[in-house]
Design a protein around this ligand. Structure first.
Ligand SMILES: [Zn+2]
Length: 220
């Protein structure tokens, strides 16, 4: 269920939690960053996505929707733990089996040769054309995941490609299951809306809400 609203920065005093407030403040004077995507963990394998866009008066709440995240919640540490990473991330690229729905982010049209590599090699945590680089990849064969990879974008968690810190952390379209292997999954129509609103400098902030009592122990 998505809602459009327009809440001026700090207008909802007390209603916006500290992570959101801190990040809005951190980026309000940053000329490159014009939008922020917040992913607030709400427990289990679920989260709320809130998109804020900047105008001359500061950030405004633009869009909200529900998301599924990793089967085992948040706090990713290693490949295969089915957790979604916590943190403040950039965007590497957008991609999809379907054509670019109107994003300005570099968009990779997926073909049968595209994989996201999850092996201990130079391609770890990268989307590659396996034929072009002559690598027999055992990672995710992207085109097989419909509707999940109809549209997606790649966030820069473990952008250094350190094995086995985790790979293939995407925003993508929800599949049949009410969880992911660590990605953030939203309805297809929401994915299209988000892709149209964000750009290559958007920050994606994934956090737990202490007030909701769902912040995992040991995670600051
Ligand atoms: Zn591979």
């Amino acid at each position: 269920m998505c809602m459009l609203s327009s809440i001026a920065l700090y207008a909802e005093e007390g209603g916006i939690n500290n992570t959101v407030k801190d990040k809005l403040k951190e980026y309000v004077d940053n000329k490159d960053v014009k939008s922020l995507v917040f992913v607030r963990y709400t427990g289990g394998s679920e989260a709320e996505v809130s998109l804020y866009k900047k105008d001359k008066d500061g950030f405004n709440s633009d869009f909200n929707c529900h998301a599924y995240i990793g089967k085992n919640g948040i706090g990713k540490e290693k490949e295969g733990d089915s957790k979604t990473p916590l943190g403040d991330f950039g965007i590497i690229q957008a991609f999809g089996i379907k054509a670019n729905p109107g994003t300005t982010i570099e968009y990779l049209n997926i073909n049968k040769n595209h994989y996201c590599c999850d092996e201990d090699c130079q391609y770890y945590n990268k989307i590659i054309d396996a034929e072009a680089v002559n690598h027999k990849c055992k990672g995710e064969h992207i085109i097989d995941y419909v509707p999940q990879y109809n549209y997606g974008f790649f966030i820069d968690y473990n952008k250094e490609g350190v094995y086995p810190k985790g790979s293939a952390i995407f925003f993508h379209v929800k599949g049949k299951r009410p969880y992911t292997a660590g990605c953030i999954a939203v309805k297809e129509e929401d994915m299209i809306s988000i892709l149209k609103e964000i750009d290559a400098n958007t920050r994606v902030i994934i956090y737990g809400d202490k007030n909701a009592g769902v912040f995992p122990p040991g995670v600051k």
